[in-house]
Design a protein around this ligand. Sequence first.
Ligand code: SIN
Ligand code: MN
Length: 200
Amino acid sequence: MARLLLRGFDIRKAWLDGPAQERLIDSLRPILKSAPLFRPVTPSGKEMSVRMTSAGSLGWVTDKTGYRYQAQHPKGAVWPAIPDQILGIWRDLASADRDPDCCLINYYGEGARMGLHQDKDEADFSWPVLSISLGDDALFRIGNQTRGGKTESIWLNSGDVVIMGGPARLTYHGVDRIRFGSSKLLPKGGRINLTLRVAG
Ligand code: SIN
Ligand code: MN
């Protein structure tokens, strides 16, 4: 369980062992049934390559109206609760005082990526964002607090957890690519990234 600090991002390599990753995936199955993945569209009308859904009292969505948190899945149902195992990771690494109200679930299939962006739709940036990687390896790029400038990249593997907080809370980050098929965790391959956020 190595710990790396990269531009203020606190990276816990192999924080979750194999059995913990399996349990986590099992806990996501009923969530993906009741709140199916959807393909988000950016406010400018571009389809994103990741598919997403959420758990918690709020979920992050994007469509032509804009980026926002809302209490319902685009199809209308309230989001399922965040599983206890996931809340436990947040309490251990982010805060024992307040639970996240959103667990964003991003699924990266073959060829999916995520451009450099800041997480800035939350009301209070003093809370960190905690990210959990499951499944295929991802090349994660970290930039600066404003757009542009030099960047650094690191491969995130299944079981890694990253805490983006403090001065790094508004640092640009993204995923250039995944190594599709590099992990056996997900039966159909691909990568799931969970981000836990205090949104409201
Ligand atoms: C995100 O920034 O929302 C996702 C990061 C990741 O997939 O590792
Ligand atoms: Mn992000």
